[in-house]
Ligand binder design. Structure first.
Ligand SMILES: [Zn+2]
Length: 472
């Protein structure tokens, strides 16, 4: 069975494709890929098995959909001035649109001896019968992040093959709405794209049955009400991890390409990426109902809510979340794993550990060493009954103050008459605080999280010995 491999860079397919059939291989372009998957779902056939008749039938339905008032406004921003949305009086939109699509379908196996190649897949480019070039009217200006401007100076359009041009026409049906804008979704796991695509098609079918697309107030594109693209990205990851975890292979990443400004902005697109390491962390969180609850609780503490926000809006769809933003921008969220006011960790240590390992790329040995040291510090604080040490560590403002606090704990440890040092010098330098280590705050926070977890009862009990403290 011929199968497209949807992983960038490994898409060589040697099998022969019968003439007149559409090739299934992923081209690495989010819009073309979405379109190929839409065709597969709409025809219920492997794309390379679709006959011209199948494709024309699917195209007829597509035109019917795009001409509805709800879709009209979507298409205006995706394919401005195209046959689907021509406003000229007496313009036969349905007829012209079908004509355009049928021409592409018939052009799929036409071999043109030109020297121009499709910018998406590298096959020979298609020459339109009217001699006109492909422009943003047919192909939205967002092929890939590498192309902010498609047009080489000596050309007035782009080179694209009939297959890719046709796929692009179908792509909007698998778009997703973020903040009111059409957004192409891409994932390097085809199974994920298929389940996502099915949801989009189900949405469209449901609205069709209800005649909802007769109103321009209905969103044509699948819309779950997400205003923030970051939250939408995480929502997709949470949903996939909970509902479709057996489809996931741990290599996934998801991208959202958000189309902006009716194609007027030369960049035209904002790109949001959920990298694989963050996705794996999400999968880990979602696999346990308990971790999931803990995680959602943690998120709920970090939505930015402005005063006077209208009630009734769903915060998790609409509001900026600092944790999501930090995860997407490679900033540490370790500080959110503790609550200094009530001296408690907000997540169990296992989540902290997995976060450090998966997202912060810290090796297990180092995480283990930090945990060991924190556990010994906890023992020392318990045995000396000096909980003020915890506050002193929490409030260390710079690296030298932090080092000094650790030194004081090491001294407490010696005073207790323990065998051997709390930590060897080598281990201290290599795993805890390398010289001039800029990430020291993260290490401090890790130690504090563990101390809160170990010493919570002691720290939350009466504050009476707060003032006694140990000598400085
Ligand atoms: Zn192509």
């Amino acid at each position: 069975m011929l199968k497209a491999v949807h992983r960038y860079g490994v898409e060589e397919i040697d099998e022969e494709i019968p003439a007149g059939k559409i090739k299934p291989d992923s081209v690495g372009d989010p819009i073309v890929n979405s379109g190929l998957i839409a065709i597969k779902l709409l025809t219920d056939k492997e794309v390379y098995n679709c006959s011209k008749g199948d494709l024309k039938k699917a195209s007829d339905k597509l035109v019917k959909l795009y001409l509805t008032p709800a879709w009209y406004k979507e298409i205006q921003s995706i394919f401005p001035n195209s046959t689907y949305v021509q406003a000229a009086r007496n313009y036969k939109r349905e007829e012209k649109s079908k004509e355009f699509l049928y021409e592409l379908i018939d052009g799929i196996d036409e071999v043109d001896k030109s020297n121009d190649y499709c910018i998406f897949c590298g096959n020979p480019a298609y020459k339109r019968r009217d001699g006109k070039p492909f422009v943003k009217t047919q192909i939205p200006l967002i092929g890939s992040s590498d192309f902010t401007n498609f047009f080489p100076s000596f050309k007035n359009g782009i080179d694209v093959c009939a297959r890719c041009a046709l796929a692009v026409q179908f792509a909007p049906q698998l778009f997703y709405k973020t903040g009111g804008k059409p957004s192409a979704i891409n994932c390097n796991n085809e199974d994920v794209m298929l389940v996502f695509g099915r949801e989009c098609i189900e949405y469209i079918n449901r609205k069709m049955v209800l005649n909802a697309f007769k109103s321009k107030d209905t969103s044509g594109i699948f819309d779950e009400g997400f205003k923030s693209p970051q939250n939408a990205l995480f929502h997709l990851a949470y949903k996939l991890s909970v509902n479709y975890k057996t489809l996931l292979n741990d290599n996934e990443e998801i991208m959202i390409y958000r189309i902006d400004n009716f194609n007027q902005n030369p960049a035209g697109v904002s790109i949001y990426k959920l990298p694989n390491n963050v996705f794996r962390f999400v999968i880990m969180l979602m696999k346990s109902p308990e971790y999931r609850r803990t995680w959602y609780d943690l998120l709920s503490r970090h939505y930015r809510v402005k005063e006077g926000t209208k009630s009734g809006l769903t915060i998790w769809k609409v509001n900026y979340n600092r944790i999501h933003d930090s995860l997407l921008n490679n900033r540490s969220i370790v500080w959110t794993f503790k609550d200094d006011k009530i001296k408690k960790s907000t997540v169990p240590w296992i989540i902290v550990e997995r976060y450090m390992e998966l997202v912060r790329d810290m090796n297990k040995k180092r995480i283990g060493a930090i945990k060991n040291l924190a556990d010994k510090i906890a023992t020392c604080i318990e045995e000396t009954n000096n909980k003020r040490r915890v506050n002193d560590i929490v409030s260390a403002k710079d690296l030298s103050a932090f080092r000094n606090q650790l030194r004081l704990v090491f001294r407490d440890w010696q005073k207790l008459g323990k065998d051997g040092p709390m930590i060897t010098f080598d281990e201290y330098i290599s795993t805890i605080i390398p010289e001039d280590y800029s990430g020291w705050r993260e290490i401090r926070d890790l130690i504090v999280i563990r101390l809160y977890e170990r010493l919570h009862d002691m720290l939350s009990s009466s504050e009476e010995n707060e003032s006694e403290g140990g000598e400085k």
